[in-house]
Design a protein around this ligand. Structure first.
Ligand SMILES: *Cc1c(COP(=O)(O)O)cnc(C)c1O
Length: 410
């Protein structure tokens, strides 16, 4: 029996076939069971901020596990209070901010959805979200996710959510005083690393404020320094009513949070929300250590600088396949001229790099925030070789009439 047989028989079918089985990681590298090494530029989908098996991460887990892991939310613990204070500080909430802890991005957005309902009450039943944005897979967050093919098998959705294009004009046209909240994903990762138009967040802040609606920003993929600021909204210098975080905050430990600003911090009252595991001592100690290391090693700046360096190096590759790069910091989308993203991901795996394709014509690069010259140089060499493999296959296709393009599983 192979691991593929085991996975095919025992794991839920919603993910499709696993591409590889990894047994070990260190820094930006992964190893499979045969001892082959891979350069990891996916980092567990923007999760492994410090790379794999970082000593700070390992030590935080071991030390906290040996001290106190979980006592329930009837009680406070020092790492929980410390992480809440850190998140408030780096998000810039000031004293009036508050933090709700969950265990994933979806749970953070579920909390934000409930926050919007508490704010809206009966007078504001409408919630606006952006077409193509991704907010999660639970029934509540799926209702916020403007992708009909994802919703369709699970209809009916939680009512009240309307989808609008990511333009200021569309927002102006849709909003009124019956809107409780606007949900925004600042760089649409799953949709192909699509940044919002410049100035959108600032305009959205002004428009939502004018109509008494909350501005809720999903920073689950963009947060924890990934875009070259702690959070993507900070590039536009605005103050939202709430943000949600997860992925990179825990550096590989599952944790999510809703961070509220100002008056939105007073909406939840006792009994309106909760979680057994959310914010336990183990998870918050690890996230606190991860954020502490991001700060100590100046990795937010590294994300900005290495992101620019990586984009430049990719755009300098001599390949007709690449149309250009988009994104911010170390959240980079590489546009492709043909729908060959899945073939390129497979070729890259052969050449020893782990990358991902959010759609047929985009490669998403979200490496650890710790990368430097060595990783970037090696990536460019292996990515160039992978591009050559796909280009050669395209030439072959053209001569045989076959197709290299394949569908990317959602
Ligand atoms: C990953 C992601 C989510 C969902 O997070 P999970 O931890 O998978 O539930 C929500 N929003 C955005 C923008 C994401 O990238």
């Amino acid at each position: 029996m192979t691991w593929q047989d085991d996975a095919g028989r025992d794991l839920v079918k919603s993910f499709g076939a696993r591409m590889q089985m990894f047994v070990r990681g260190e820094g930006s590298y992964l190893w499979d069971a045969d001892g082959k090494r891979y350069l990891d530029f996916l980092a567990g989908i923007a999760v492994d901020s410090l790379g794999h098996a970082h000593p700070v991460f390992v030590d935080a887990i071991a030390t906290q596990a040996a001290t106190l892991s979980h006592v329930s939310n009837y009680f406070a613990t020092p790492p929980q209070l410390a992480l809440a204070a850190t998140l408030k500080r780096i998000a810039g909430t000031g004293d009036s901010g508050r933090v709700y802890f969950g265990n994933s991005g979806a749970e953070a957005n579920e909390a934000a959805f409930k926050l919007a309902r508490l704010h809206g009450g009966a007078e504001r039943p409408r919630i606006l979200a952006l077409t193509d944005a991704f907010h999660g897979r639970t029934m509540g967050t799926l209702a916020l996710t403007g992708k009909p093919y994802m919703q369709e098998p699970f209809l009916p959705m939680t009512p009240g959510v309307e989808f609008i294009d990511s333009t200021v004009e569309a927002l102006e046209a849709a909003i009124d005083d019956r809107v409780a909240a606007l949900f925004v994903e600042p760089v649409k990762g799953e949709a192909g690393v699509l940044p919002l138009p410049e100035g959108y967040l600032a305009a959205a802040r002004e428009i939502t404020e004018r109509h008494g609606a909350l501005l809720i920003i999903d920073e689950i993929q963009t947060g924890a320094g990934r875009t070259g600021e702690w959070f993507a909204f900070q590039h536009e210098g605005i103050t939202p009513d709430a943000i949600t975080v997860a992925k990179g905050i825990g550096g590989g430990f599952p944790i999510g949070a809703l961070i509220t600003f100002g008056a939105a911090s007073e909406l939840f009252y006792p009994g309106t929300h909760g979680s057994t595991f959310g914010g336990n001592a183990l998870g918050t100690a690890v996230a606190g250590a991860v954020l502490g290391e991001i700060e100590r090693a100046d990795l937010v700046r590294n994300a900005a600088e290495r992101g620019a360096q990586l984009r430049q190096a990719i755009e300098a590759i001599d390949s007709d396949l690449i149309t250009g790069c988009r994104g911010a910091g170390l959240l980079i989308g590489v546009g492709l001229r043909h729908p060959v993203a899945k073939a390129l991901v497979a070729a890259a795996q052969e050449h020893g790099i782990v990358i991902n394709a959010p759609n047929d014509e985009t490669i998403r690069l979200v490496p650890a925030l710790t990368i430097g010259d060595v990783e970037i140089d090696e990536f460019i060499e292996l990515f160039t070789a992978s591009l050559r493999t796909v280009e050669d296959a395209l030439v072959l296709d053209a001569s045989t009439g076959l197709s290299t393009s394949t569908e990317v599983p959602a």
